[in-house]
Write a protein that binds this ligand. Structure first.
Ligand SMILES: NC(=O)c1ccc[n+]([C@@H]2O[C@H](COP(=O)([O-])OP(=O)(O)OC[C@H]3O[C@@H](n4cnc5c(N)ncnc54)[C@H](OP(=O)(O)O)[C@@H]3O)[C@@H](O)[C@H]2O)c1
Length: 347
């Protein structure tokens, strides 16, 4: 069985990766449509060794496709995902628009694959890029010894903000070497050679929207009982998000046991040697499918505590790879059919 697939946001950072991963994983595609805004109409994007011409989202007939992968921002998803689902396609959405909707499953296939059968609205949400990295490492440890509290600090790359921010880091870096100042636009302050303790807008409680996404989404996918506090930080890295994670458990789990649990966990690669460079940095995770875990240590300041370092490619596991894995799961579980989404019996 193969599927007629459309990628919305095909010219973007995530959309391009989606096209690459559909091809790399040999997802059964019978027809591929690349969609973006009107200004990109006719632009060519790569799909494996072929090129596909972009079409204008607004003029596309969605009843002719079975599956739509969306990554064009929350506003586009809010407007288009319900219309696309009504036209008969299954939508896998990368934006935050539907993640907390109780009728929209939020899925990381290694963590909560069973949720694939709960897509009442024919929409499935993909988590925030930092949450995806966190839960792939957290879930197996939670299953082993029950995480009661987590303290997370992130080191997030600029590609997580999109193309414009990626260009801004590049242009500011070049500008500073060439003594041509490039004013901040994508971020409130200069990102080149700097570290910004703000990802997303501020909320009334002093946390940022990005920080709240991490605990809300972790609660939805793993366990609402985990107490989670987060500080999200933007760093001048092009691709690859890193997380410093401190965990407190209900039952004892020492570093050696945690290493064994994580070595067996799906989607996790443990790289943890106590020697110079015996850990993974964001540059090394680019283009990789795995979520890497390094620096696994006992935390002697609390009972049953561990600290870890987690790194993943935010455009892949944090977005495009996870979306294609959800599509694969939908295919395997019979939720996706080549005639469109199979209507679930309710009640
Ligand atoms: N980057 C990450 O790590 C990451 C991770 C998880 C989720 N996401 C989510 O994925 C989405 C895209 O992120 P990105 O990093 O790929 O952004 P991006 O590089 O800025 O790309 C945005 C894409 O959306 C398209 N688009 C924007 N407005 C549109 C409109 N009105 N109609 C049709 N297409 C439109 C753009 O097309 P044009 O080129 O024609 O403007 C482009 O293809 C966002 O919702 C983001 O939150 C990103």
């Amino acid at each position: 069985m193969s599927y007629r697939v459309a990628v919305v946001g095909a010219t973007g950072n995530v959309g391009r990766e989606m096209l690459a991963i559909l091809d790399e994983l040999q997802f059964p595609v019978s027809e591929l449509h690349a969609l973006a805004s009107r200004k990109s109409q006719g632009l060519e994007v790569a799909f494996g060794d072929r090129t596909v011409k972009c079409q204008n989202l607004e003029r596309f007939e969605f009843s002719q496709v079975d599956l739509v992968l969306m990554s064009a921002g929350g506003d586009v998803s809010r407007e288009w995902a319900p219309k696309i689902a009504a036209a008969g396609a299954l939508v896998i959405d990368n934006s935050s628009a539907f993640r907390m909707d109780p009728d929209v499953p939020l899925i990381v296939p290694e963590v909560n694959p069973h949720a694939i059968h709960e897509a009442k609205k024919r929409i499935i949400a993909n988590p925030n890029c930092t949450t995806a990295a966190l839960v792939v490492a957290l879930k197996p440890l939670h299953d082993a010894a029950r995480v009661t509290r987590a303290v997370v600090s992130t080191y997030q790359s600029v590609s997580g903000t999109g193309k414009a921010a990626t260009d801004e880091l590049w242009n500011q870096t070049k500008g500073l070497y060439g003594l041509n100042e490039v004013a901040p636009k994508a971020y409130p302050k200069q990102i080149a050679f700097n570290v910004l303790p703000q990802c997303g807008d501020f909320r009334d409680d002093g946390y940022t929207v990005e920080e709240a996404k991490m605990w809300d989404e972790t609660h939805k996918m793993v366990d609402p009982g985990i107490r989670l506090t987060v500080t999200c930080v933007r760093v001048p890295v092009f691709v690859g998000h890193s997380l410093s994670v401190n965990l407190e458990f209900e039952s004892p789990l020492d570093a050696e046991d945690a290493r064994d649990v994580l070595r067996e966990a799906p989607g996790v690669m443990v790289v943890d040697k106590h020697e110079d460079g015996g850990w993974i940095s964001p540059i090394e995770c680019v283009g990789e499918f795995a979520t890497f875990v390094s620096r696994i240590r006992n935390d002697p300041t609390i009972e049953n505590g561990l600290s870890l370092w987690v790194v993943s490619d935010n455009l892949r596991k944090g977005a495009a790879l996870n979306a294609v894995q959800i599509a694969q799961l939908a295919h395997e579980e019979g939720v996706l059919t080549s005639r469109g989404y199979r209507t679930l019996a309710v009640g």
